[in-house]
Design a protein around this ligand. Structure first.
Ligand code: PGA
Length: 249
């Protein structure tokens, strides 16, 4: 199966013009990397560019979605609106949204809604800090069990999990995840999923890594068994993004 590379632009760039240029450049980088599946997730106002620029070689993702299909929900965006613009996947449970108040219950509702509309959910999980007693493992387990509540075995196979330790994300990262730590975490996540469903189901779920991925560490995670990467900052620079793709292809 192809590795999945997700570009999470977060609240960047600031103008349509810049977004247009970045979109075209990322699409260009994909041309030399046929065996990678790329999903670009721009902010809402730039989603329309996907159809405008007639981008075909990468998929379009959205960074958040309403839990409701339609109605009086000020500031929300529905799945139907998103799919109409060409969106085929959605990032859910990102730590930055959790920090704004999203909890496992809400993420679970959004996940169920996304699956109903056949969007590919990218479910983000990850501990805020590490401790020596392994409490962070219980935290991850709670996130997985809470987010996957009432999701059937056949549905869960259509979810991608992005493991993103919060302490390793963004400019405020206090450390960098190493390959060994990722291997351990992947085994742990599979074990939790296996406990909820079964080992065959756990085996079929793709687990990506995200958190300060760059061209010098990307291949470490891939070699350690990551099924792909979720890239923040370095997806805003086509050259850096291209370098990452080249190191792992
Ligand atoms: P980063 O962001 O690559 O800038 O650390 C990753 C993420 O938050 O998805």
């Amino acid at each position: 199966m192809n590795k999945v590379i997700i570009a999470n632009w977060k609240m960047n760039p600031q103008t349509v013009k810049e977004a247009e240029v970045l979109f075209s450049k990322l699409s260009n980088e994909k041309k030399n990397n046929k065996k990678l599946d790329i999903i670009v997730c721009p902010p809402f106002p730039f989603l329309f560019l996907y159809k405008k620029l007639k981008i075909k070689n990468i998929n379009l993702g959205i960074q958040n979605i309403s839990k409701d299909p339609s109605g009086s929900f000020t500031g929300e965006v529905s799945l139907k609106m998103a799919t109409d613009l060409g969106v085929s996947s959605v990032i859910l449970g990102h730590s930055e949204r959790r920090e704004m108040g999203e909890n496992n219950i809400l993420i679970n509702k959004k996940l169920i809604n996304a699956l109903k509309y056949k969007l590919l959910p990218i479910l983000c999980i990850g501990e805020i800090n590490r401790d020596n007693d392994g409490l962070y493992l219980a935290f991850i387990e709670k996130q997985i069990k809470g987010c996957l509540l009432n999701i059937s075995k056949s549905q869960v196979k259509n979810i991608i999990i992005a493991y993103e330790p919060v302490w390793a994300i963004g400019v405020n990262a206090i450390g960098q995840m190493n390959g060994e730590q990722f291997v351990e975490m992947k085994i742990f996540i599979k074990k939790v999923i296996s406990d909820i469903y079964d080992s065959k189901t756990a085996h079929s779920i793709r687990i990506l890594y995200g958190g300060s991925v760059n061209s010098s560490n990307a291949s470490v995670y891939i070699k350690s068994g990551a099924d792909g990467l979720l890239i923040g900052r370095d997806s805003l620079n086509a050259q850096k993004f291209g370098l990452i793709l080249n190191t792992i292809k």
